[in-house]
Design a protein around this ligand. Sequence first.
Ligand code: UGA
Length: 472
Amino acid sequence: MRISVIGCGYVGLVTGTCLAEAGHQVTCTDNDPERIATLKAGVVPIYEPHLDGMLAENHRSGRLSFTSDAGEAVRAGEAIFICVGTPPLENGEADLSAIDNVARLIATEACESKLVVEKSTVPAQTGQQLKRVLEVYRRNGSTEFRVASNPEFLREGTAVEDFLHPDRIVFGVEDEFSERKLREIYRPILERRFRCSVHLSGCPATQPPTLVVTTINSAELIKHASNSFLAMKISYANMIADVCEKVGGDIKEVTRALGLDPRIGPRFLDAGLGFGGFCLPKDVQAFIRLAERSGVDFSMLKEAERINKRRIDQFFEKIRQALWVVKDKQVGVLGLAFKANTDDIRFAPSLDVLRRLLADGAQVRAYDQEAMERTSAIFPQVQCCREPYEVARDADALLILTEWEEFRQLDWERIHSLMARPLVIDGRNLLNPEAMRERGFEYYCFGRPAEAGAMPFVPAQVSNIFAATASD
Ligand code: UGA
């Protein structure tokens, strides 16, 4: 089928490339002409495993093309996937102006009837509004627009795999034609009939995806409810970690056993610095606002958000307790991306940590395999290093802010010998506390037994007095 994708962020690029991989003829556009020029030159502007090879291959074969002429893109597809951003407004609601602009574009440029598919994460009832404005903006009376919702459940870092091997595919539709068209689009994926470039020696034998067909409103709610539930799960694990610290439990042991109950499941129970990124924090806020506007006080979700914001304060307390005075200390940061396997730093916990370290007068050096360029654009004062050992040299403390597997595999003996003080504060519970202490490190993390003889918990106000006295 001829498909158009509007918006070449990570959702649009992964959607367009994977639909081309599944055999469709895909045209992608974006309102940033530089981005389109980069893509036409075969360069993928984001780091997403498997995407560059697959994009290049489909581009070469002619199944995937890019144009900065949005009208041309609209006219090219029978189905148009809207993949534009819906960033948060000041009040936490989603900014839907990009969706409105795309609706106007489609309505004015289309010469034939179209299926318009919402892929961007949007609040419930956006589909209804979209239908209305497509009618209002329509120029040609004979073109008909059908609207459907097809929420994405793509995790950055595994988005290509998530698209090609999803657990579920949701169609929010209100007519048979839209459902039929979407089934045609997703048939190769539902029936696993495509050449998968992720698993060259054969795809793993997992269950085929479940197709869920709902109303448009339900599909929109499924997306928000999923992300909000994941956020609550992380905040729940973080609260258990706090209790573990107070009563002497080990969060890893507790969540492992918790997760073995199939009603709970093992994923998204990793305690630490909390959730960041461009999806969970903004979707939680938008869902809270949506509920509020509908007269529902989603207090549970508000609390999950509050718990998450507090994680940075708690992490900083650990830094202050360990270092005592932060000013003029040489602090090394390992990991800047909001999670592993991405170069995305939007709403990354690392940004808040860096901001506070610099405000307190620390000298900061950092390393991340993918996110350094984006970080130095915001924090030119942070010295970016080419490898983790450079970050460790003469450091008074090393902070782990992203769960990159590479950090687990480092030569920690070598790091010990390089540091001025072998102190590691692990915001992602990535390392083994016992092994680190055996290697001679002073090691702190979240919700796992404190070092024998370590300082007991000092409430925030008291440790602030320490810091204030020291700098006086
Ligand atoms: C999230 C959802 O997981 C996807 O299903 C969804 O499609 C996507 O948002 C979206 O709306 O587009 P993503 O933002 O890529 O995906 O990141 P997650 O894997 O959900 O991680 C979010 C944050 O939570 C990261 O900062 C991660 O480090 C943190 N996290 C995750 C934890 O702190 N603990 C965990 O156990 C898991």
